[in-house]
Unconditional design. Structure first.
Length: 162
């Protein structure tokens, strides 16, 4: 037996002012999206924004339901909408931002496991990585180069074909 260490590399920013203009715009779109979230149960609003290779920006927000599994996360709302409208588009970047009604979120909010797996599927479909920007109401901003950086040991479709 041996222990193996996984490492990831990401960029960390103290302020949106340090970001490139496109990344600032994308985070602003994600922030606007969380303001429209339907989160009466968790009171935890999440917004996601996608920048597509055709220049389109698509946003989504979390949509809750009293039967919790019936709701949907902001990331998947945005992803599913983007590929239903632009099936051949490539996602350059996804930004995720969040705020809570009852406290201030100070750590960047990462996509849940289901969203990460969907992001991985679309990365495989488009045959190119998508950048990921994560931001909370306050605190640092993190940028990752690809989904595998936030989902190590991805389950790939190729595994089903063996």
């Amino acid at each position: 037996m041996k222990k193996v260490e996984l490492k990831i590399i990401f960029e960390e920013y103290d302020s949106v002012d340090e970001l490139k203009e496109k990344d600032r715009q994308l985070l602003e779109t994600a922030t606007e999206a969380y303001e429209k979230a339907y989160a009466p149960y968790s009171q935890y609003n999440v917004g996601a924004a996608l920048l597509l290779n055709n220049g389109e920006m698509i946003s989504g927000n979390n949509q809750e339901n009293v039967a919790y599994p019936s709701g949907l996360c902001a990331e998947r709302v945005a992803l599913f909408y983007a590929f239903s409208k632009y099936p051949d588009a490539v996602i350059d970047t996804i930004a995720v931002a969040a705020k809570a009604d009852n406290f201030i979120i100070t750590e960047p909010v990462a996509p849940c496991g289901s969203c990460r797996q969907v992001m991985s599927e679309y990365e495989t479909k488009q045959k190119s990585p998508m950048r990921i920007i994560l931001k909370a109401e306050q605190g640092k901003i993190l940028i990752f180069d690809k989904v595998e950086d936030i989902l190590p040991l991805i389950f790939h479709a190729e595994e089903l074909k063996k």
